[in-house]
Every structure is written in structure tokens, then in C-alpha cells.
Design a protein around this ligand. Structure first.
Ligand SMILES: Cc1cc2nc3c(=O)[nH]c(=O)nc-3n(C[C@H](O)[C@H](O)[C@H](O)COP(=O)(O)OP(=O)(O)OC[C@H]3O[C@@H](n4cnc5c(N)ncnc54)[C@H](O)[C@@H]3O)c2cc1C
Ligand SMILES: *[C@@H]1O[C@H](CO)[C@@H](O)[C@H](O)[C@H]1NC(C)=O
Ligand SMILES: *[C@@H]1O[C@H](CO)[C@@H](O)[C@H](O)[C@H]1NC(C)=O
Ligand SMILES: *[C@@H]1O[C@H](CO)[C@@H](O)[C@H](O)[C@H]1NC(C)=O
Length: 534
């Protein structure tokens, strides 16, 4: 009957649920319980939902408990906020529209990439490297710091010369923070029923309860280093300044060792997880309501997301909401013991485009001969503190501009250009750029960036620029992450019997990895609840 007494799972269950087994006996289950599959619905095929599916399947395989996983996904694709678009609609040129990078301590993602045989490469591998200035930090009036490729260790010497011990202090503070956080991955802290309690146990509440600015100051990190380096990072990663974002997420921004991405798109990790989970994935299906039945099971109503199709109802034993509650549009027709709060999210405009033109030195006050750094991050000028202002972008007007790679445009025939332009475009590499900004970039802003000699009407956008200057573009407005205000409580993984939630982790740390961790946490808590409910 496939009852594996010595599986790790049962040992864990015995350790964690001592009262169910008070007499020391392993419970024997009725055969009918064994053979009826647990029916689990996962709402959302992003990092959290696919990880929850993957780990539920692991528990089910290791205990021979039959399991039927159905994943409902409103969008027509797997990955959620982790998704790619193709430059020129050419599948040879996928680029990340959402989450682009993870780091080597992100073992849920690293392990899964390895397991699924995905090609992982350094985050900056395809950067054109035509400028030796790798990265510049722009405060709206000047570059406060420029990192040079050719400088190698000299960059570090320059950092130390400019900022004293702050970089070293930050590094060790970051290492200590990551070390504490990683304890959430293992017993006795994993699985956690409450993020806030886990944070207390790991000494992380100190970091989540104060703004990055205060936390860094308390730890002797100089104001200049915090503003020019750390804040550039909190802005590009979270669209927030240090006066707002809490200390924990500020530290996470400095954990960049081994930055990488999956060739073809990070969503492939989540696709792999869902395949391994043998989940039945229902794309373009939105869950609209959840009702509880007399026997405690849950009825989910779902509708085809992009057509006027019929509503469908299915019964499940457990349901995981694997995405932010406030954007789920689900009617919970059953009381939730712990109702997640509405959390304000950032609005981020991501503008991807390709062009034969390089970034112009002019808007950055550089001389004509100077090349512009391939990545431009931004910060606020010294003395300017926008505090917890929601749109704290300041005089720079954007969060970041990066040169991603060069591409070969499709044959000039597909561009209705004039004769000279046709010749100019042919066999010429175009640059692919990514802009993060709190507002939609205007045509005039982009024309200045590329030094296009054209006049742009005031209400015009990238779509209004000539095709021979902008050979391809894609605009997307995201709600990418919450405003990470200082806080000490977080939405819990269990909302009511059989109803689970991963979104609470996002106010703690909002990344693909932490969503994957939360998916595993929910899977583990659910599996344990099945043992306890016997
Ligand atoms: C531009 C951008 C850049 C980012 N950069 C990074 C980065 O470099 N590194 C990093 O780690 N993180 C980054 N992030 C954050 C990262 O993308 C998220 O933290 C992570 O992907 C969240 O995963 P999730 O599964 O929790 O949620 P999501 O990916 O949002 O998945 C939730 C899914 O649920 C679906 N859904 C919601 N309601 C319903 C319903 N009623 N019925 C059916 N389906 C529903 C949604 O369609 C969605 O697909 C970035 C995000 C953005 C947008
Ligand atoms: C799993 O559940 C779905 C949805 O309820 C159902 O259509 C499917 O037949 C089930 N599969 C198995 C193997 O039980
Ligand atoms: C990743 O793999 C390593 C090595 O096999 C293992 O020790 C670790 O627990 C794994 N981490 C996760 C989150 O699965
Ligand atoms: C810009 O365009 C105007 C009018 O089309 C032209 O007179 C001028 O010479 C151009 N300047 C440059 C720098 O190309």
C-alpha cells in the first residue's frame, strides 16, 4: 500500500506534530483515504504557484499520497511577473519584461535551473561592452559614481577612497542579514506559519521595522555611500528611496554576488516546476469565486479570461492563492480567519526598444567624445530627501536605463524606410534598451536620450517616433512589488482551513526566490495539515 514508514516526510511529521502521535504510534490510514487523490487548486502560475505545485508533488511522491494539482492562470502564459518578449518578434531575441535577475544564494531557483537542465548565465553576459563605463549613477545633474570595466580591483580601491569603510561595513552587514534569512529555508524555522514570528526568531525584525536610511545610519554606513550606491540599487530594484523602503529589503538589494538569469527567460524555471509537478495547467482561466461546502471542501468558479466563455465549477480540498490578494479579483464567499490587507504596490513603466542609435552624452552633460555608461542608475541629489513620497524619482525622472544587447534587425524590406535609411539599417546592429520609470516616457524624452534631431508634440510617445530611429518597442505598466514600508507583521500563509496564501512574503522580501520559498512553505504546511487532519 505504499506506506513508507521511514520516509523523511514521516519523520518530519512526527517531529512537528507530536500531539497527533502522543502515544508514539504511527497512525494507520484507511485505504480509502489513501487512494482518493487530494485535490489541490493553485491560483497563479508564477514563481509562488509553480513552486507550491512542485513541492506538493515531491511530498506526494515521497509518501505515495495520490494528488491532483490544477493550476489556474488568468494570463495566457506561465511565469506571472517573470516573462519575456521577443525583440522584432524574433524568438532568437527574448528579453525579460519582468524579473530579470537572481543570485547564487537563491537556491530554490538555482537548484531548479540545474534540475531542469536550463542554461544559466551571468546577468550581464550580452551587454555590448562598447563603453568601458559599465555603470554610472546619475543624480539628475551629474554622475556621482562611474564604474569602469577595465578597472577591475581598482574600482574597489576607488570605492574605498571615496566612501571609506562604508562599502566593507555594508558587505558584512549584508552577509549577516542573508545568513539569518537563509535560516528560514531549514528546520527548525521551516516551515513557518507566520513570517513575523520567523523574523523575530531570526533577528530580522530590527531590519523590517525601520527605513533603510535609519537602519544604515544606525550601523555606521555613511550618508554618501547610502545615497549614491545603496539607494541607486533600491531604486532600480524596487522604485523606492531609502527613506521609505525597509532595512531588510535595502540589504537584499546589496546581495548581488553571482547575479544570473536563465537563457531564454527565467519563466522556464517555473515551466519546469509545473511539468515536474504533473499539474494540469489551465492557462487563460481566471478564478472568480471560492465557496465552502458543507463537508469543508471548496468550490472554485472560474471563467475563460479572454472570452465570454461559460463559468466552470470544480471542487477542491485545498486552494492556494499564489499572487497578491488585491489583484486576484476573487470573491471569497467564506469567512477568512486571517484576511490579507490591501497593500499599496508600485506602478512601474517598463519600456523596451531597439534603435541603431547610441545613448547620447548630451542629456548627461558629458562631452561629445565621452561614451555614456551602458547602465545608468539614478539617485537623488545630496540634501534632497523626498522621504516616504510615493513617487520619489526626483530630478532624474527615471529609475534606470540599461543597454541590454545588440541585435540584427530583420531585412530592411520590413522597414518602410527611405532609400538612404534602408542602406543605413542594413546589416547594422541595433541596440536594445530597457527603461524603468514611474511615468510613461514621452517621445521627447526618448528623442533626447538618442539625440534624435526631431521635434515631438507634447502628448506623444515612443510609438510616435520614426521607425528608422526606433526599430522595435514594447511598453508595459506593471505593479511589480509592494511599497516596502517598515512593518512588523505580515499576511500569513494560512487564511482559513484549506485556504493558503503566498503573498505575505512580498512585504518582507519581494523576489522570485522568496515567492518560490513561500510556495514551498505553503506546500509543506498543507502536507502537514493533511497528516494532522487524519
Ligand atoms: C519589471 C519587474 C522587474 C523585477 N525584477 C526582479 C528581479 O530582477 N529579480 C527578482 O527576483 N524579482 C524581480 N521582480 C519581482 C518578481 O517578478 C516577483 O517577486 C515574482 O515574480 C512574484 O511571483 P509570484 O508567483 O508571487 O506572483 P506573480 O508572478 O504575480 O504570479 C501570480 C499569478 O497569478 C495570476 N492570477 C492572479 N489572480 C488570478 C485569478 N483570479 N485567477 C487565475 N490566475 C490569477 C496572475 O495572472 C499571475 O500570473 C520584478 C518584477 C517586475 C514586474
Ligand atoms: C484532476 O482534477 C481535474 C479538475 O477537477 C479533473 O478534471 C481531472 O480529471 C482530475 N484528474 C485525475 C487524474 O483525477
Ligand atoms: C539546493 O541543493 C542543495 C545541494 O543539493 C541542497 O543542500 C539545498 O537544500 C537545496 N535547496 C533547496 C531550497 O532546495
Ligand atoms: C536638425 O534638423 C534641422 C531641420 O531639419 C536642420 O536644419 C539641422 O541642421 C539638424 N541638425 C543636426 C545636428 O542634424
Amino acid at each position: 500500500m505504499g506506506f513508507r514508514l521511514f520516509s523523511l516526510y514521516y519523520i518530519a511529521a512526527l517531529l512537528f506534530a507530536p500531539f497527533s502521535y502522543a502515544d508514539g504510534q504511527v497512525p494507520l490510514r484507511a485505504a480509502s483515504t489513501e487512494s482518493t487523490p487530494k485535490r489541490v487548486a493553485i491560483i497563479g502560475a508564477g514563481a509562488a504557484g509553480s513552486s507550491a505545485s512542485y513541492h506538493l508533488r515531491k511530498y506526494s511522491d515521497s509518501t505515495d499520497r495520490p494528488l491532483n494539482i490544477t493550476v489556474f492562470e488568468r494570463s495566457p502564459y506561465i511565469g506571472g511577473r517573470s516573462t519575456t518578449v521577443n525583440v522584432f518578434d524574433n524568438p532568437a531575441y527574448p528579453i525579460e519584461l519582468g524579473a530579470s535577475i537572481f543570485v547564487s544564494v537563491n537556491t530554490h531557483l538555482v537548484n531548479a535551473s540545474r534540475e531542469f537542465g536550463l542554461n544559466v548565465r551571468s546577468a550581464s553576459h550580452s551587454r555590448p561592452r562598447e563603453s568601458e563605463d559599465t555603470l554610472g549613477i546619475w543624480d539628475g545633474t551629474r554622475f556621482v559614481f562611474i564604474l569602469k570595466d577595465s578597472y577591475g580591483w581598482w574600482n574597489i580601491a576607488r570605492l574605498l577612497w571615496r566612501y571609506g569603510l562604508a562599502p566593507i561595513r555594508t558587505q558584512s552587514l549584508m552577509k549577516r542579514t542573508v545568513g539569518s534569512f537563509l535560516k528560514m529555508y531549514d528546520e527548525p524555522n521551516f516551515p513557518f506559519k507566520d513570517i513575523g514570528t520567523a523574523a523575530v526568531e531570526l533577528g530580522l525584525l530590527d531590519l523590517t521595522s525601520s527605513p533603510g536610511e535609519t537602519y544604515l545610519e544606525k550601523n555606521g554606513i555613511s550618508d554618501d555611500f547610502a545615497r549614491e550606491i545603496i539607494q541607486a540599487s533600491t531604486r532600480v530594484n524596487y522604485g523606492q528611496n531609502l527613506g521609505l523602503i525597509h532595512g531588510l529589503e535595502s540589504m537584499v538589494c546589496m546581495a548581488t554576488d553571482g547575479a544570473m538569469s536563465v537563457e531564454g527567460g527565467n519563466w522556464k524555471i517555473f515551466d519546469g516546476m509545473l511539468r515536474a509537478a504533473r499539474a494540469s495547467v489551465r492557462l487563460s482561466n481566471a478564478v472568480t469565486s471560492i465557496d465552502r461546502n458543507a463537508d469543508g471542501t471548496l468550490t472554485l468558479a472560474s471563467v475563460p479570461a479572454d472570452s465570454e466563455g461559460d463559468e466552470e465549477k470544480n471542487i477542491f480540498d485545498d486552494v492556494v492563492l499564489a499572487g497578491p490578494m488585491q489583484y486576484s479579483n476573487i470573491a471569497f464567499n467564506t469567512p477568512l480567519e486571517r484576511k490579507p490587507e490591501d497593500i499599496p504596490f508600485v506602478t512601474l513603466h517598463v519600456t523596451l526598444f531597439s534603435s541603431p542609435h547610441k545613448l547620447s552624452p548630451k542629456p548627461f552633460d558629458l562631452n561629445d567624445g565621452n561614451k555614456v555608461p551602458e547602465t545608468i542608475l539614478t539617485t537623488l541629489p545630496k540634501g534632497m530627501n523626498l522621504g516616504s513620497n510615493w513617487d520619489g524619482v526626483g530630478p532624474a525622472g527615471f529609475w534606470s536605463i540599461s543597454t541590454l544587447q545588440t541585435v540584427t534587425p530583420p531585412s530592411s524590406r520590413s522597414f518602410p524606410n527611405t532609400e538612404e535609411n534602408e542602406n543605413e539599417n542594413e546589416n547594422q546592429n541595433h541596440y536594445v534598451y530597457k527603461i524603468f520609470s514611474p511615468h510613461r516616457p514621452t517621445a521627447s524624452f526618448i528623442a533626447q536620450l538618442l539625440d534624435l534631431n526631431i521635434t515631438t508634440p507634447s502628448e506623444s510617445w515612443i510609438s510616435d517616433l520614426p521607425k528608422n530611429d526606433i526599430s522595435w518597442y514594447h511598453e508595459k505598466t506593471w505593479n511589480p512589488y509592494p511599497f516596502l514600508y517598515p512593518r512588523v507583521t505580515f499576511d500569513e500563509p494560512s487564511l482559513a482551513a484549506g485556504i493558503w496564501y503566498t503573498g505575505g512574503i512580498e512585504s518582507f522580501i519581494s523576489t522570485m526566490e522568496t515567492s518560490a520559498l513561500m510556495g514551498r512553505d505553503v506546500a509543506s504546511l498543507m502536507a502537514r495539515s493533511w497528516e494532522e487532519r487524519l
